[in-house]
Ligand binder design. Structure first.
Ligand SMILES: Nc1nc2c(ncn2[C@@H]2O[C@H](COP(=O)(O)OP(=O)(O)OP(=O)(O)O)[C@@H](O)[C@H]2O)c(=O)[nH]1
Ligand SMILES: [Mg+2]
Length: 296
């Protein structure tokens, strides 16, 4: 028997926990069971009480106090501790059956996805071995990043980095779409969704003098004038965007958590990636009839 899950990741404040809440609500209203796992050792308020909470094993606050660590070092310590005490996570998950969607709410420290090998190890444990969870990563990036095009490509690069490091089915999601409503033309949005490199050349915020300087061909990259702007900066961004383009596997789904259909659409991509529906036993019409009678 397989199990099914999604790992909700992304930078700090990207809307991961809010998306988890919307997903749980959506599953509940569609009579689908879910198992909510909080893996953020600093998270406090939950709209839905987690079924399993890393804080019952270790909390960031205690680690920072007792080990005299800062928030980032403390987080890495918490995950190393989790890896040494994996039973805490795997034992309860053994009991979860194939009709459940297991939702893992991850912390926002980007280092965890890009710099240290803990997460690939954790994912391997969950996907292979006796747990055998079909997993899909859901990587959230705030839609407001599209307002600053170089920032959008930098965020996309970190999504791609997580994608390559984790080697698991992966969907990228532009969260908080409500925040850019009316600010980005539909045509442009389509290009962001497909991470189109040319967006950097058509950037309306690029200064005319930078474009002209670039045409001249030379600019001192050490000049403070060209910091975070100028032609060297533009070339760097183009190289990053080209790298993403060459990989040709990065695109985004749009998410508005207030919109039930939008949450449902993202869920259907996740379901497809983990082949959730293929594994569900077709119900006997008799069972469905009995259920509806019992529910009145
Ligand atoms: N406008 C808007 N705000 C949102 C949306 N999703 C989340 N937020 C807000 O963004 C902030 C961060 O949301 P969280 O869901 O806690 O983000 P997170 O990614 O879990 O944050 P960390 O776990 O701290 O990394 C909160 O103030 C949310 O209310 C959204 O779709 N639209
Ligand atoms: Mg969170």
């Amino acid at each position: 028997m397989s199990k099914f899950g999604t790992l909700v990741m992304g930078p700090a404040g990207a809307g991961k926990s809010t998306f988890c809440t919307a997903l749980i609500q959506h599953l509940q209203s569609n009579k689908r069971p879910c198992f909510y796992v909080n893996l953020d050792p600093a998270a406090e308020d939950f709209s839905f009480e987690p079924d399993l909470d890393i804080k019952d094993l270790i909390s960031l606050e205690d680690v920072m106090e007792e080990m005299s660590l800062g928030p980032n070092g403390g987080l890495i310590y918490c995950f190393e501790f989790l890896m040494e005490n994996l039973d805490f996570l795997t034992d309860p998950l053994e009991e979860v059956t194939d009709e459940y969607l297991i939702i893992f709410d991850m912390p926002g420290q980007i280092e965890l996805y890009t710099h240290v090998p803990i997460l690939p190890d954790l994912v391997r444990t969950l996907m292979r071995g006796s747990l055998n969870i079909n997993m899909c990563a859901a990587y959230l990036l705030e839609a407001t990043f599209v307002i600053d095009r170089p920032k959008f490509f930098s965020g996309t690069l970190s999504a791609m980095s997580a994608m390559m490091m984790l080697e698991m089915p992966h969907v990228n999601i532009l969260s908080k779409m409500d925040l850019i409503k009316g600010q980005v033309a539909k045509r442009d949005l389509k290009r962001f969704v497909n991470a189109d490199v040319e967006l950097l050349d058509d950037d309306p915020s690029r200064r005319k003098e930078d474009e002209e300087e670039e045409k001249k061909g030379y600019e001192d990259p050490a000049s403070t004038k060209s910091l975070m702007s100028g032609s060297s900066f533009h070339k760097l961004n183009k190289a990053v965007a080209q790298l993403i383009d060459d990989f040709s596997m990065v695109s985004f789904l749009k998410l508005d958590v207030q919109d039930e259909d939008s949450v449902g659409a993202v869920l259907s991509y996740i379901d497809d990636a983990i082949q959730f529906h293929e594994a569900q036993e077709p119900k006997e019409p008799k069972d469905e009839y009995l259920e509806s009678v019992m529910e009145g």
